[in-house]
Design a protein around this ligand. Structure first.
Ligand code: UT7
Length: 323
């Protein structure tokens, strides 16, 4: 027998308010045609005044618990990925712990920006295998609307708010059973900070700051880095990409999804895309897309799933699991 870490529940939450490209065209010098042609985005959700990252994460977490048939009493670990915490500290994960009524275990945040969920999943997997945690919530939750410069058309049209969560459970299975989390590939390169960063922070400026990005440069790195991560992960796991049932990528830009698919010769019908209606929700985008594709029946029990992301840091990576 061997220990496996299985994905047993998924959940998501999107704030009620929808901001369309036409709405944005009344705020900055842009239009639906440019935004859709360059990114695939038509609309995104924006958190209400006073609605925080932990509020979004709480609902996504509760929906994931419900889908796993568990309550917060069963959970002993929360790993939450965010670049938009409610406060500088304590960790947003501990606020979610309190909000869902969880009084045991441990909760902490992981910061890898748009790749946060990929890093959080690998972190939770390691802790569950090596530190005795049995049932975990892994959450990606963001309110990027709070760090956008709403006068900068090159960035404000790209992002949205939301949260996605999954439940992981440790289980014992026969040695030949290939189920649950099967591998991860994590990478960072701190040499490109000026291409994607927030120009504020408690230590440097004592302000929250705004997101700054040289989009076309990030775009080129994204396609190359994501393709490399996927290749490395599949090689290490000795899995052919044709065996992967679904690719669930970070949703930054439809053209990045298409570019990676072309580079890896992946059939675009196997790629889950939600960027059109969510925009780029940073760490929330992978679990949001995963949850949607499981709920609408595309992703089924037994399917082999590959998740991938790239963003600020640069940080990028991929995860492989069988549902
Ligand atoms: O998730 C974290 C990682 N982030 C990403 O992966 C984002 C990566 N980058 C991208 O998705 C794309 O680079 C963008 C969508 C940000 C931009 O698309 P692009 O095809 O790379 O356009 P560009 O930045 O080269 O700009 C082309 C033109 C420029 O005008 P000029 O200089 O050619 O006259 C921009 O000023 O488009 C102009 N432009 C806009 N026009 C209308 C930039 N933003 C807008 C806008 N509306 N919102």
């Amino acid at each position: 027998m061997k220990t496996v870490i299985r994905v047993t529940g998924v959940g998501r939450y999107l704030p009620e308010r929808i901001l369309t490209n036409d709405d944005l065209s009344r705020m900055v010098d842009t239009n639906d045609e440019w935004i859709h042609a360059r990114t695939g985005i038509r609309s995104r959700h924006i958190a209400a005044d006073g609605e925080t990252t932990s509020d979004l994460a709480k609902i996504a977490a509760e929906n994931a618990l419900k889908s796993a048939g568990l309550t917060s009493d069963d959970i002993d670990l929360i790993v939450l990925a965010t670049a938009t915490p409610d406060l500088t500290f304590p960790a947003t994960a501990t606020m979610v712990q309190e909000k869902i009524g969880m009084r045991q275990g441990a909760a902490f945040d992981v910061g890898a920006v748009c790749s946060g969920f990929v890093f959080a999943l690998a972190t939770a997997d390691g802790l569950m295998r090596n530190s005795g945690f049995k049932k975990a919530l892994v959450i990606g939750a963001e309110t990027f609307s709070r760090i956008l410069d709403w006068s900068d058309r090159t960035t404000c049209v790209l992002f949205g708010d939301g949260a996605g969560a999954i439940v992981l459970e440790a289980d014992q299975v026969d040695d030949d059973v290939q189920i649950g989390l099967l591998g991860h590939h994590l990478r960072t390169d701190g040499a490109h900070k000026e291409l994607l960063y927030v120009d504020g922070g408690p230590s440097a400026t004592q302000t929250v700051g705004h997101l700054r990005m040289v989009g076309n440069q990030v775009f080129k790195h994204a396609v190359v880095n994501i393709s490399g991560a996927v290749k490395s992960l599949l090689e290490n796991a000795q899995v052919d990409h044709d065996s992967v049932d679904w690719f669930v990528p970070h949703q930054a830009n439809q053209r990045i999804l298409d570019g990676v698919a072309k580079r890896l010769s992946v059939d675009s019908a196997k790629i889950v895309s939600t960027v059109g209606k969510h925009g780029n929700t940073s760490a929330a985008s992978v679990p949001l897309a995963l949850s949607e594709a499981i709920d609408d029946g595309r992703i089924k029990q037994g399917h082999l799933i590959l998740t991938e992301a790239m963003g600020g840091g640069f940080a990028w990576g991929a995860n492989l699991f069988r549902l």
